[in-house]
Design a protein around this ligand. Structure first.
Ligand SMILES: NC(=O)c1ccc[n+]([C@@H]2O[C@H](COP(=O)([O-])OP(=O)(O)OC[C@H]3O[C@@H](n4cnc5c(N)ncnc54)[C@H](O)[C@@H]3O)[C@@H](O)[C@H]2O)c1
Length: 391
């Protein structure tokens, strides 16, 4: 087995999911030739105590609070970027120049201009890289992709996505600092657009092809919040909620909605696609199911509908379903953390001669362009072509 010495930068939410994936990937995908080794855990100097605990919990050999010196080391093969969005570009570009294997969390960047710089640096260096849009690797979502590839949806008409949460409704939630950096535009870039809609956009373009143009509205419900770093009330400049209409290149039309003010919703990431021959619906709060509606035979286009036709709940746990042969027996579930394990296994396989890993930094740059188009369209109150941002 070939060891890959990994430095995970960031020991928060994503630092944990990534460390877990590095620990578990060879257990569930024993055919892999590569074996990640947790070499260095890195975090902000203000989190030294948390960093030590994290490193011990997951079994890292060392810790550091200086990512630059870690990227410069010859004995590190992979830089795994799990820090807030404003740090992605600097670290990814430095890692590319140092010839490291790169993993980077989403959203790729603070803006499409920054994403293009990152893309160019990574492509110039030719290093293997993965961008962590992990929801593609929910088996039910991968099954939706397979169903489309088999022609079971036929000509697509509608794509409908939501990604809703409710954790910022209280006016007392501050901006800035641990995890709540998401409410600070200087650190996050945008609000729900980069945080949540980026996932919906990545999934939509993967399943239904590129978005051509869109028209968006964004809202800031709470205009001022206390900033954790200054202790003062400061204007909120991220989008609390965003919605947009989209026209896809293939002629189908879509709606997207995202908010952190949907009382009752915790991680309500859903999408539905309706085509001539069939339709499907997915809801991340019931992740092991894909709902499918079959209307016509994909080969003949002939109607198969009869009096038993209706939406079926497919329990995506059989060994013939994507990724599931690597886990337990049919009818037993896997969960959120497995999406990261599945993604890492696909990435390592791509380094071992398997299919190219997606999304690449090129695709993630497109997703960034669509996110920027949402913000631009809302600001300028007009339809925006994606080609305006990414010719
Ligand atoms: N794929 C997903 O579903 C998903 C989910 C959550 C977050 N994310 C993304 O992952 C990234 C991290 O989010 P999170 O929720 O883990 O954040 P977090 O706030 O939980 O953790 C951030 C970490 O970054 C570290 N950090 C900050 N500044 C640093 C510096 N200068 N040097 C070294 N470390 C530094 C902090 O010490 C902390 O450990 C973000 O880009 C976010 O958008 C993706």
């Amino acid at each position: 087995m070939k060891p890959i010495r990994v430095a995970v930068i960031g020991c928060g939410f994503m630092g944990r999911t990534h460390a877990n994936a590095h620990c578990q990937v060879n257990h569930f995908f024993p055919e892999l030739e590569h074996h990640p080794v947790l070499q260095v855990a890195v975090a902000h100097p203000s989190e030294k105590e948390k960093l030590e605990k994290y490193a011990k919990t997951w079994g890292f050999a060392e810790t550091s609070t200086d990512w630059k010196s870690v990227v410069a080391r010859d004995d590190i093969d992979m830089i795994d970027v799990c820090v807030p969005n404003n740090l992605h570009a600097e670290i990814v570009i430095a890692a590319a120049k140092a010839g490291k294997i790169i993993s980077c969390e989403k959203p790729l960047a603070m803006s499409v201009e920054q994403a293009i710089e990152m893309r160019d640096a990574v492509e110039a260096s030719g290093v293997p890289h993965m961008i962590s849009f992990n929801y593609r690797r929910v088996p039910a979502v991968s099954l939706a992709k397979q169903i489309i590839g088999e022609g079971r949806i036929g000509r697509p008409f509608h794509y409908r996505a939501t990604y809703n949460q409710d954790y910022t409704i209280s006016t007392k939630v501050p901006q800035g600092g641990a995890a709540l950096w998401r409410l600070d535009a200087k650190v996050a870039g945008s609000g729900v657009t980069g945080d949540l809609l980026a996932h919906s956009i990545d999934t939509a373009e993967w399943l239904n092809g590129p978005i051509k143009r869109l028209c968006a509205h964004t809202e800031i419900f709470v205009k001022e919040r206390m900033h954790i770093e200054t202790g003062k009330m400061e204007p909120v400049t991220i989008d609390d909620a965003a919605m947009f209409m989209a026209i896809f290149e293939n002629g189908s039309i879509g709606t997207f909605e995202s908010t952190r003010y949907a009382r009752g919703r915790k991680n309500y990431n859903t999408f539905e696609m309706n085509g001539e021959f069939g339709a499907f619906h997915f809801d991340l709060e019931r992740p092991e199911y894909l709902q499918f509606f079959r209307y016509a035979d994909p080969d003949t286009g002939k109607k198969v509908e009869d009096h038993l036709t209706g939406w079926q709940d497919i329990l995506v746990t059989n060994s013939e379903h994507p990724y599931m042969s690597h886990y337990w027996v049919p009818g037993t579930m896997i969960g959120y953390e497995h999406t990261f394990i599945n993604g890492l296994s696909d990435f390592l396989k791509s380094m071992e001669g398997g299919p190219a890993y997606e999304p690449s930094i090129r695709q993630a740059t497109r997703t960034q362009a669509v996110c920027d188009a949402v913000v631009k369209s809302a600001k300028e109150e007009r339809w925006v072509e994606i080609s305006e941002l990414l010719p």
